[in-house]
Ligand binder design. Structure first.
Ligand code: BTN
Length: 265
């Protein structure tokens, strides 16, 4: 797999020497964090052919069967305050959409904040984790974990996911996890180079790819549910929502269900 990935990267791609491939890991993000804590440089990337404890947001599992999906985590060292990275997940979602778009005719969309969508189903997701230096308050490192369903048929997904999940192959884009990895590493590298300087442009791109604005939504926050209409996404990735009582509120965390998707009717 390593050779396949490297052969599709430019010869001078500086992150190539920090690529770690495993047959199996509990979670590539846990391994990337372990390496980051040991001082691994920016661009250290961990890929596993399968994960036994792949994680998503809100403590969810991420289905990570062998050789069916890409399971990738990258260490970034942006050297800034955490408040300057509110758009990091959005930036990486754009990188993932653009990487997939280069491989075929499919241009995925984004469901706020971190789900990659095709045909109204979940194609993948992004999990961003930060470590903050307690003395300086600066970001010590960020680990961006990206999972993309590549070669699954419908029957490969666990039964409870079969109506909600989709793969690239199911969208007539049959590319291997290794091909997606090369394209994605290139896109992450490029987006990361301009992470702090190109924020307005990247957020414009995010808004163009995100299908949540304009939709009726249900927001899960703790034990509570809030209903409203998603209005727009601000430059920090916050979602402005008009609540049922007419008040407007910017949501920065929690899970949003979009009416008509993933079984929310
Ligand atoms: C989500 O859907 O909420 C995010 C899913 C993120 C999954 C990826 S797969 C690679 C990395 N390792 C993990 O354990 N999670 C992320």
């Amino acid at each position: 797999m390593k050779q396949q990935i490297l052969s599709a990267l430019p010869g001078n791609f500086s992150w190539a020497e920090h690529l770690h491939i495993f047959d199996s890991l509990p979670s590539t993000s846990d391994e990337a964090k372990r390496l980051a804590q040991l001082g691994a440089p920016e661009g250290t990337a961990v890929i596993a052919r399968k994960q036994t404890a792949g994680r998503g947001r809100m403590g969810r599992q991420f289905d990570s069967q062998q050789d069916l999906g890409l399971y990738l985590s990258v260490v970034l060292r942006p050297n800034c305050l955490p408040q300057q990275l509110m758009h990091l997940t959005c930036t990486m979602a754009v990188a993932a959409c653009e990487a997939v778009s280069q491989l075929g005719d499919l241009c995925p969309q984004i469901k706020w904040t971190n789900d990659l969508i095709a045909q109204s189903k979940k194609l993948g997701g992004i999990l961003t984790e930060l470590s903050i230096d307690s003395k300086t308050g600066l970001v010590e490192y960020a680990v961006v974990g990206i999972g993309i369903n590549c070669l699954h048929t419908k029957a490969d997904f666990p039964e409870e996911l079969q109506d909600m999940a989709i793969s690239l192959a199911m969208c007539q884009c049959a590319v291997s996890p290794a091909q997606v990895a090369s394209a994605l590493l290139r896109e992450i590298f490029a987006k990361n180079a301009n992470l702090l300087t190109e924020k307005p442009a990247i957020m414009d791109r995010y808004r163009a790819l995100c299908m949540t604005a304009g939709k009726e939504i249900m927001l899960l926050q703790g034990q509570g549910r809030i209903y409203g209409k998603a209005l727009r996404i601000d430059d920090d990735g916050g979602l402005l929502v008009r609540l049922a009582d007419g008040r407007e509120k910017t949501v920065t965390s929690g899970e949003v269900s979009v009416r008509g998707m993933y079984g929310y009717l």
